[in-house]
Ligand binder design. Structure first.
Ligand code: TRP
Length: 448
């Protein structure tokens, strides 16, 4: 259990490739360092459901799950400290994903950058806008929201391209809290964490190291030889040995600095300025990186040779994670109405006659200081949530008027999960309700 002093930090690693040096310096190493801080309760997981969006090659997905798990463990992740698990071992995640999908406006997903970029590419090459776009790609921000909200993470360290997904996660969490929370919030609203200190490594050609640019330096693949031969292919300028080199503009130096202490970097810079040849500089870079990687590579090889050890660690991680996700999903199932049938009979919703208690309006102030009200059934179930009003009086007027209105015509779906309350053609309010017929019936009872 995290104490009140700890911050839960959660992040996912999509299992669709083999980690390279850029992944190590940019994500693996800083995440493992963060997990060692006493005030951090880290949840790191293999996002294998996400991998299916990008990759339909089962062998590659299987291999990547194994390689990524082995890499993080070899790099020093302590599974005793960190809750380290595979997304697909947590059945509560897809279940939550569906609950969230049902409160997520489609219009919100239409605005997702990743989806819009795919549409733009299609339009640019005069194809159908949605050509090749699956529902997985379209709704993947909802899956990501489920990953995060399932464990009530406070902080989510991600790259800049993921900021919008965190905003969407907060939006979805708020909707769910409002719809089903009845005063208690199920979900913490997570904050994005962008670390500007973290190294973004240049690749062989000087652009950002990335599989899509085919300019990566392998982490463990190909051993020390593979590392060396990649480093020897780093592009440099044409200055000859003996000529002074400009360290600042050299990718080689940027790579060196990502692994060296500041004293080591200073000495290397001096050597470059004094005319060290590029061939020798590459040898120095190789030796410095190899010093860090060699012991990890041995651990990696050992783990890859014993996959059942990895499996055991991940199973234990899933057990720890599910100790949190299972009780939360039980509460959520209850909240959305997935209750034991016997319980429903004992406490039917809606009708005065059956429940004994009267339905009622409850007004309250929301997080933004605005005024809203709920209509509760006799058993306390929320039937309707009003939109926010700046003045309490506006909410009061609507609350009074509702029971007398002919809602068979005045309560109209807006097509996006909400309902409009209309007076003739004028929209006097928008409300959220899951069962408009029950609302109509309950208000009729109140009026009568
Ligand atoms: N979408 C993230 C990425 O591409 C990976 C990811 C999946 C993730 N679920 C997550 C990251 C939850 C943080 C939290 O990088």
């Amino acid at each position: 259990m995290p104490s009140t002093m700890t911050t839960r930090v959660l992040t996912g690693i999509t299992t669709s490739g083999t980690p390279h040096l850029g992944n190590y310096a940019g994500a693996i190493r800083p995440s493992i360092e963060a997990s060692r801080r006493p005030d951090v309760d880290a949840f790191y997981f293999l996002a294998d459901y996400h991998a299916l969006i990008k990759c339909d090659d089962p062998l590659r997905v299987a291999r990547s799950r194994l390689e990524i798990a082995a890499t993080w463990l070899a790099a020093g992740l302590d599974p005793q400290r960190v809750t380290f698990y595979r997304q697909s071992d947590i059945p509560e995640i897809p279940e939550l994903c569906w609950m969230l999908t049902c409160v997520t406006p489609k219009g919100l997903m239409n605005r997702a950058h990743a989806y819009k970029a795919s549409v733009d590419q299609n339009v640019a090459r005069q194809a159908e806008p949605d050509d090749g776009i699956t529902m997985g790609l379209f709704s993947y921000p909802v899956l990501m929201a489920a990953d995060i909200l399932m464990f009530n993470a406070h902080k989510v360290p991600v790259g800049r391209d993921q900021i919008q997904h965190l905003e969407m996660t907060r939006d979805i969490a708020q909707r769910f809290n409002h719809l089903y929370g009845q005063g208690t919030d199920f979900f913490v609203l997570p904050d994005v964490q962008i670390d500007d200190e973290v190294a973004t490594l240049p690749g062989l050609d000087g652009r950002k190291m990335s599989k899509s640019y085919d300019n990566t330096i392998p982490l463990f693949e190909g051993g020390a030889k593979g590392l060396k031969s990649a480093i020897m292919r780093i592009v440099t300028d044409s200055r000859a040995p003996g000529e002074p080199k400009d360290a600042e503009s050299s990718h080689l130096f940027t790579l060196y600095r990502a692994f060296a202490t500041s004293d080591e970097s200073l000495a290397f810079r001096k050597e470059l300025e004094d005319g060290l040849g590029w061939g020798d500089a590459k040898q120095r870079l190789y030796e410095r990186i190899e010093r860090d990687l060699a012991p990890m590579r041995d651990l990696y090889a050992d783990l890859m040779a014993h996959p059942s050890r990895i499996e055991d660690i991940l199973q234990e991680g899933a057990r720890k994670a599910r100790a949190q996700s299972a009780p939360l999903i039980a509460r959520l199932r209850e909240a959305v109405g997935f209750r034991a049938v016997a319980g429903v009979q004992a406490q039917p919703s809606g009708s005065v006659a059956k429940s004994g208690k009267k339905p009622r309006f409850v007004s309250f102030r929301d997080d933004q200081g605005q005024f809203r009200f709920r209509l509760l059934a006799g058993n306390g179930d929320e039937l309707l949530l009003s939109s926010a009003f700046a003045e309490p009086k506006q909410a009061g007027v609507l609350m009074k008027a509702l029971p007398g209105m002919d809602l068979s015509v005045a309560l109209v779906s807006d097509g996006a999960g909400g309902y409009q309350v209309r007076d003739g053609d004028a929209v006097v309010a928008t409300v959220v309700c899951s069962d408009p017929d029950e609302v109509r019936q309950t208000l009729a009872e109140l009026a009568g």
